[in-house]
Ligand binder design. Structure first.
Ligand SMILES: Cc1cc2nc3c(=O)[nH]c(=O)nc-3n(C[C@H](O)[C@H](O)[C@H](O)COP(=O)(O)OP(=O)(O)OC[C@H]3O[C@@H](n4cnc5c(N)ncnc54)[C@H](O)[C@@H]3O)c2cc1C
Length: 508
C-alpha cells in the first residue's frame, strides 16, 4: 500500500517516537548510515521518561557500535561500563547449583565433533573437569580476568574470547543522543497526545504534541516502550501473549554501591518465584528481581531485593510491570516497532537490546520507499517473529529444565508444556547431545550446550564417533585444552585493572 498516489520515491522524513535505548539507537544508526539523506526527528517526553533498566548486553552489540562509529574505550568511559564474558546462573537447576553461560567457544573440535561430545563420555566415567574449564570465557570470568581477543595468536584460546558490555542505561541514551544530534537529528521534547491516520490508507500521518505542533512523517519508528503508542494504541496490531510459558510479569529494580572485585559477568540468581540480576558497573551495581505476581507479592520481591544486595542501597526500588510476548506484526503500514514497543522477553539472557539492533538492521536491509511494499513488510515480520520465538525458547529452557520442586513457582515451570520447537531441540539433545543452529537463530550451539548441561540436562548418550578415539587419547585431548586455558587465564589482566588502565570513567 503506497503512502499516497504519487509515484514511489525515497523516504525523506522519519519520525522516531521515544527516546529510550531503542529510540536513540535508531537515531544513531539511521543518522550514521543515511548521513544527511533522511530528515530525522525524535520525540521524547521527559515527564514520562525511559524505563531506565536494560544494562547488560550480548557480544553482537560490538557490531552495532562499529556501525555507528563508536570507540570502545570512549564508550565505556561515557557509560561507566564494564566488560561481560557471560552470565552466571545460581540456584537454577537445584538450590546450590551454579554454572556460567560463557560467550564464545568451548574447547576445540576434534575431527568433526565439538568438545562437549568427548566431555560427555569422560564426565560419565568421572574423568572430566567442569565443562567451564574448557571455555576461555568461563575460566576467565571465574578468575575475574579480562582481555579482548588476541586475534594475532592464531593457535591460542586467547583468540576465542568473546565479550559484551554492561553499561548505565541512562548514560547510554545520553551518549547516543549526543552523537545523533551531532549528526543532524532533531529532538523534540513533549508528550504525544494524539495520532492522526490517513483515512484512505490507515497510515500514520502525524503525531500531535501536547501544547505543540503536529509532527508529520513518512516512516514512523515506534520506540515508545511497553505502551506501543503507534503500533498498538493507534494501529491496533494485536499482541501474542506468552505468559503461559514465561509467567514472570513484574520486576523491581534498585542500584547499590559497588564492591570489589569488579566481576566481568552478569549474575542471575534463582529465587522462590523468580530471579535476581546483578550487573556490575564502574560506579554502582544494577540489581533487580524479575518475578511472577501469581507466586510472589510486590512487597516480598522488594524485601528480598533489598536483603540480597552486595552494597549499600542507592535509590528506592522501582516497580515495573510487563506482559511477556510480542506484537503480532512489528511492521504495520508505515510504522516499525523497535524495542519494548515490539514485545517483551524477560532479561534472563540480556536479549532485548540485541533485538532492538536486529530489528534495526533488518529495517535497513528492507528500507522502504513511499510505496511500502507488502513483500518487504512480510519478510521483516517473518524474520522478527523467528528471532523472538527462538529467543523465547532459549529462555524457557532455563525454567523447564529445573529439578527444583521447593516452591509452587518451580513446580509450575518444571511441569509446564513447552513450545513444540523447544521440545524438538530438547529431544535431539537428550539422545546424543546434538544441537544444531537453525537458520540465523540468535543463540549458537555453544550457548545451548552450556545452558542445557548447566541445567543438568544430561543426554542419554553421546555421538558414536567419539569412540573412534581411545579413552587415553580423549583424556589427553581434554587435559591439553584445560591446561592451556588455565595457563592463558593466568596471563590475562584483572578486569578492574584492565578498566582502570583503558577506560576508567571520571569520578563524579
Ligand atoms: C526489568 C527489566 C530489565 C531489563 N534488563 C535488560 C538487560 O539487562 N539487557 C537488555 O538487553 N534489555 C533489558 N531490558 C529491556 C531494555 O530495558 C529495553 O529493551 C530498552 O531499555 C529499550 O527500551 P525502549 O527504548 O524500547 O523503551 P523506554 O525506555 O520505555 O522508552 C520509551 C520512550 O518513549 C517515550 N514516550 C512514551 N510515550 C510517549 C508519549 N506519549 N509522548 C512522548 N514520548 C513518549 C518515553 O518518554 C521514552 O523516551 C530490561 C527490561 C526490563 C523491564
Amino acid at each position: 500500500m503506497p503512502l499516497n498516489d504519487a509515484p514511489p520515491r525515497a523516504i525523506r522524513k522519519v519520525v522516531i517516537v521515544g527516546g529510550g535505548t531503542a529510540g536513540w539507537m535508531s537515531a544513531a544508526l539511521l543518522s550514521r548510515l543515511y548521513r544527511h539523506r533522511l530528515d530525522i526527528t525524535l520525540i521524547e517526553s521527559d515527564e514520562i521518561g525511559a524505563i531506565g533498566v536494560g544494562e547488560a548486553t550480548i557480544p553482537a552489540i560490538k557490531l552495532f557500535n562499529r556501525l555507528i562509529g563508536v570507540d570502545e574505550n570512549e564508550f565505556l568511559k561515557a557509560t561507566k561500563g564494564t566488560f561481560k564474558l557471560g552470565i552466571e546462573f545460581v540456584n537454577w537447576s537445584a538450590k546450590g547449583s551454579r554454572y556460567i553461560h560463557g560467550f564464545g567457544r568451548i574447547g576445540q573440535e576434534l575431527g568433526w565433533l565439538r568438545t562437549h561430545q568427548y566431555w560427555l563420555k569422560m564426565q560419565a566415567l568421572g574423568r572430566a573437569a567442569d565443562l567451564g574449564d574448557y571455555s576461555i570465557n568461563t575460566a576467565a570470568a571465574i578468575h575475574n580476568r579480562f582481555s579482548p581477543a588476541r586475534v594475532d595468536m592464531k593457535e591460542s584460546p586467547l583468540r576465542d574470547i568473546a565479550y559484551a558490555y554492561h553499561f548505565d542505561a541512562s548514560l547510554y541514551a545520553r551518549y547516543l543522543r549526543q552523537m545523533s544530534e551531532g549528526r543532524g537529528v532533531t529532538r523534540l521534547e513533549g508528550r504525544i497526545v494524539d495520532t492522526s491516520l490517513d483515512p484512505h490508507s490507515g497510515f500514520v500521518r502525524s503525531v500531535r504534541l501536547q501544547d505543540g505542533p503536529d509532527v508529520e512523517g513518512e516512516l514512523f519508528i515506534d520506540c515508545s516502550g511497553l505502551r506501543g503508542l503507534l503500533i498498538e494504541q493507534a494501529l491496533k496490531t494485536g499482541y501474542e501473549d506468552w505468559s503461559h510459558w514465561l509467567p514472570c510479569d513484574r520486576a523491581v529494580a534498585a542500584p547499590c554501591a559497588s564492591v570489589t572485585p569488579l566481576t566481568p559477568y552478569t549474575r542471575s540468581t534463582a529465587l522462590d518465584a523468580g530471579w535476581q540480576w546483578r550487573i556490575p558497573l564502574q560506579h554502582r551495581i544494577g540489581n533487580g528481581i524479575v518475578y511472577s505476581s501469581r507466586f510472589m507479592s510486590d512487597e516480598d520481591a522488594q524485601a528480598q531485593l533489598v536483603a540480597n544486595l552486595d552494597g549499600k542501597l542507592l535509590a528506592d526500588p522501582r516497580l515495573i510491570r510487563f506482559a511477556t510476548g510480542k506484537r503480532k506484526k512489528m511492521w504495520s503500514r508505515n510504522v516499525v516497532a523497535v524495542g519494548l514497543a515490539s514485545g517483551f522477553l524477560e532479561p534472563l539472557e540480556s536479549t532485548s537490546i540485541h533485538l532492538i539492533q536486529s530489528n534495526l538492521l533488518r529495517l535497513i536491509a528492507l528500507f522502504p520507499d513511499t510505496a511500502f511494499r507488502q513483500a518487504d513488510m512480510d519478510l521483516f515480520n517473518e524474520q522478527t517473529d523467528f528471532d523472538y520465538r527462538c529467543t523465547r525458547d532459549f529462555i524457557i529452557a532455563h525454567y523447564k529444565l529445573t529439578a527444583r520442586d521447593d516452591t509452587p513457582f518451580w513446580r509450575f515451570n518444571r511441569d509446564m508444556d513447552v513450545p513444540q520447537s523447544l521440545t524438538r531441540k530438547l529431544d535431539l539433545f537428550g539422545s546424543a547431545g546434538r544441537v544444531f543452529r537453525e537458520n540465523d537463530e540468535l543463540f549458537a550451539e555453544e550457548s545451548w550446550i552450556q545452558v542445557l548441561l548447566g541445567q543438568d540436562f544430561f543426554p542419554a548418550g553421546y555421538d558414536p564417533a567419539v569412540d573412534i578415539q581411545s579413552e587415553a587419547e580423549i583424556a589427553a585431548y581434554l587435559e591439553n585444552i584445560r591446561a592451556v586455558i588455565a595457563q592463558c587465564v593466568q596471563t590475562m589482566p584483572d578486569h578492574g585493572a584492565y578498566i582502570a588502565r583503558n577506560c576508567a570513567a571520571e569520578v563524579a
